[in-house]
Every structure is written in C-alpha cells, then in structure tokens.
Design a protein around this ligand. Structure first.
Ligand code: GDP
Ligand code: MG
Length: 464
C-alpha cells in the first residue's frame, strides 16, 4: 500500500531539497508531479485538486519561497495535506459510549471482510479492553456464514450467539441484544450479510436491523484493493443508511492507496480501523498522521512500538528501546532488531514503519527483502569485529574490503548497509531529542525535519 505514491512524493521533495531557493516555476513543476503521482495512486480527482491547490497556495507564500530550506517547507505542506486527506490528525476512536450491551453493526458488500473483521474487533476488545464480547451472525444468505463466525469466535476465545435455523436477520438481532442484556455482555457485534452489489433490499435490511438495535457504530467494511469502487460503495452506503466509520481491509495487498486518501473527503466517514491480513490480530487503528509519515518515508515509530509491545520478546524489546533512546544503538542491536522484526509477522507491514526503509522496500519488493537484504545484512554484520559493530564510524576502505570478502558480498553492499544504519541513527537521534512521550503525543509529524513540526493529534486509542 502507498509504495509507489511514497516513492514519487519523496522523489519530488528530495528534488526540491537539492535546490537553494525555489522559484514559482519550480513549485509549479513540483505540483505537476505531485498531481500525476496522486492520480496514478488512484486518488479521486476532486481530492487531488484540493490537495494540489492546498500545497501550491501554501508554497507560493513568501515564507516558503524565501525560507532557508524550501524543500523542507514544501514537505511539511505535503505532509499536512496528506493528513487532511486521510481524515485529519489523530485516530477516531470507536464509540462505545452507551449502556451495555453496546451494539456494533458491521455492514458492507459480500467478501469485503465483515465477518473476519468482526472476529478481529471482538478479539481486540476482549484482549485489550477486557470487554465481554458477544458475536452474532445475521447472515442468513449464505449457508455456512453463521458457522464461519462461530469458528472465528472460538479462535478469538469470545462467545457467539447460538445458531437457530429459520430466524430472520432482525429476529437474530433482537435475540442477540436480549442475550447480551441477560448475560451481561459489554459489546454485541452484529455481522450482517453482504450482497454482490448495492441494492435496495440490502439497505432496507440494514435499516431494519438498525432500528431494532440502535447501534453506536455502523461500521462499513470495504476492500482497499477495489480502489475507487470502495469509495463509491462507501458513499452509497452512507447516503442510504448512514455509516459512523469505515474499516478498510486488505491493506496488505498492493493497492495503490487511492481509496484511503479519498475516503474522508468523498464520503465524510472517517476510516477508523484497517485490516492487514487474514489472521485475527491483523487489525490496526488508523492514525492519519502516522500514515502520512509512512508515505513520506519517515517511518512510524509510534506504530512500531505498539506493534512491538504486542508481539515481541519484551525484555529484548525494552533493551533495544532503551539503547535507541540513549543513542547507543549499534550494529549488533540492528541484527537483534532484524530478528525481532521477523517475529512480528508480515514484513510488508513492518518495514514501512522503519524510518528510511520505505524506499528500500519499494526498490526490492516484499519477497526479496527477507531473502536478500536481511540475510545479507546479517552476513555483513557477522563478518565485522566487535569493535566495528559498536563503532561503525571506524569502518573505512580496507575494513570494508575485508568485511565484503568475509561475507561474500561487495563493498557497495557494505556501504549500503552503513548508509541505512546511518539514516536510522539520524532518525533515532531525532526521536531521542523528543523523548518517547513527546513522540506518542505528537505523532510522527514531530519527526519532520527541523521547523516542520506538524499538528499530530493526541495519542488516543480508537477503543477508548
Ligand atoms: N489479505 C487479507 N484478507 C482478508 C482481510 N480481511 C478479510 N480477508 C479475507 O477475505 C475473505 C472474505 O472475508 P469475509 O470476512 O468472509 O468477508 P464478508 O463476506 O464481508 O464477511 C476471507 O478469505 C478473509 O480471510 C485482510 O485485511 N487482508
Ligand atoms: Mg460474512
């Protein structure tokens, strides 16, 4: 997701950064490239227009053209415009503010990921928020649909409503809420049937279920891979039944990102959560400012830290975090970090979160990363002496030759690794200056180069 857009936007910004002062013609040229990059990423035309207008108007202002580093000033404008397109700073939390049992209604087209996402949300609410969750399938369209949800519930170790054949969706919804009240559930997740396309019968069913249960959230599930179709679907659903939030699934696919960047402006509904895999834990909160940072190749340390907290060897994670914060992160730690990263699951999800790694990923593609780069990096580092790993600065020409020969790589490979590490260290130092608390509070925009601190909202949980 976003790889190509990311590469092109950072390309434009890097290009501007190389010049001293910018002329209006430079800005116009850069904006033409930004526009094409957005269109190629499948962003809706009105959104592209607003985006470019916003950045251009900001850029021709005197402060930018006359600032010492106009490239960085433009980067800040692009960052802000991305955050805006993605829905504004800060994640939008799920609304659970009602007397329990709180109903959450899941709607969307067939195959968009409603049932899977229902299971994911149930797991998250029960494990992170200690909520007592009941899953109920209202899908009477497909024979195995109710069983599918029951099995997901078992895997998530949450309860599911007993299946009674022959009930209508509205009857099941009523029974789910009754069961929820009687048995003291905090949340009842209602998974509905989809249709192949939007039709009036589907909308009417949704309206009836809503009238019966009065949900605090009507979450529309859409498939990011369907691009602008996802946005059109969301628009139609929102107009017909009203949705309170969007869950965008298949962010792990190679979608170009246009749907995520167009959703808020076109539909008015915020993206609240994203799905990035078939597994039950592949659900993320949607933080526009973090996503913008990732698109601009600045990584997503806050997201990485959260993911790490869920998956990693805690002691090792803490040891690494401490060293990072103390600015004592060395190449041994880098190898340890690579090993930990593998434990965290999908590489595609994680590499983009590392500062300066976005471009690398873009150049190589997913499969190659693990097999070539990470293995190569480990081989190179294991050919270094202890001292070299602690003080990479001492690695000059002759050492590079020796290390390359010892690891079966080339001096160029060694250089690339050292550059990568250097980029990472620079970013770590920025984080270090801010302190982890400041980072969590300000989001990644705080990491933008000097004088570019963006708005980044408070780090609220969408489940709070
Ligand atoms: N790769 C990927 N697959 C997903 C994701 N969410 C759901 N799926 C898969 O999409 C298919 C359809 O999902 P399902 O939940 O049954 O869709 P529903 O018809 O809307 O209930 C299943 O094979 C899921 O495993 C996701 O975020 N990433
Ligand atoms: Mg389903």
């Amino acid at each position: 997701m976003f790889e190509s857009l990311s590469g092109r936007l950072t390309g434009v910004i890097d290009g501007l950064g190389k010049r001293g002062a910018l002329s209006e013609a430079d800005v116009a040229e850069a904006m033409r490239e930004v526009r094409l990059a957005m269109l190629d990423a499948d962003v809706a035309l009105p959104v592209v227009r607003d985006f470019v207008k916003r950045v251009r108007e900001g850029a021709v202002g005197h402060e930018v053209l006359e600032s010492i580093s106009p490239g960085q000033a433009v980067a800040k404008l692009v960052n802000d415009a991305l955050i805006e397109a993605l829905g504004g700073a800060g994640a939008v939390p799920l609304n659970l503010n009602a007397a329990p049992p709180v109903p959450i209604l899941m709607v969307g087209l067939q195959g968009s990921g409603k049932t899977t996402t229902s299971g994911k949300i149930a797991l998250r609410l029960s494990s992170r928020e200690r909520k007592k969750v009941l899953l109920a399938s209202l899908d009477t369209q497909r024979p195995a649909a109710q069983l599918q949800l029951q099995q997901l519930a078992e895997r998530a170790a949450v309860a599911s409503l007993p299946i009674i054949q022959g009930q209508s969706p509205v009857e099941i919804a009523r029974r789910a809420m009754e069961t929820g009240r009687r048995e003291g559930y905090d949340v009842v997740i209602l998974d509905t049937a989809g249709r192949l396309s939007i039709d009036e019968a589907l909308m009417e069913e949704v309206r009836q279920i809503r009238a019966e249960t009065n949900p605090t959230e009507t979450l529309l599930v859409v498939d990011a891979m369907t691009g602008q179709d996802a946005v059109n679907t969301a628009k139609a659903f929102n107009e017909a039944v009203g949705v309170t939030g969007v869950v965008m699934t298949r962010m792990d696919g190679d979608a170009r990102g246009g749907a995520a960047l167009s959703m808020k402006a076109i539909t008015g509904a915020p993206i609240k959560l994203t799905g990035s895999g078939e597994k039950l834990d592949a659900l993320e909160e949607f933080h526009p400012e973090r996503v913008a940072s990732r698109i601009l190749g600045l990584g997503d340390i806050a997201g990485l830290v959260e993911k790490a907290a869920d998956n990693l060897d805690h002691e090792e994670g803490e040891r690494l975090a401490k060293k990072m914060l103390a600015g004592k992160f060395d190449l041994d730690d880098y190898v340890s970090q690579l090993k930990q990263i593998k434990k965290m699951g999908s590489l595609s999800g994680i590499v983009g979160m590392l500062p300066g790694m976005g471009k690398l990923k873009d150049m190589l593609g997913e499969a190659d990363l693990e097999n070539t780069v990470f293995k190569k990096h480990q081989a190179i580092i294991s050919s270094m002496t202890k001292r070299e790993r602690r003080e990479p600065a001492i690695i000059k020409a002759s050492r590079k030759k020796r290390i390359a020969a010892g690891s079966g790589t080339t001096v160029q490979d060694v250089n690339k690794l050292l550059k990568q590490f250097d980029d990472m260290s620079t970013m770590m130092k920025r984080i270090n200056k801010l302190g982890m608390k400041g980072l969590m509070r300000q989001g990644m925009s705080a990491l933008m180069p000097k004088g570019m601190g963006g708005p980044g909202g408070p780090g609220r949980s969408p489940f709070g």
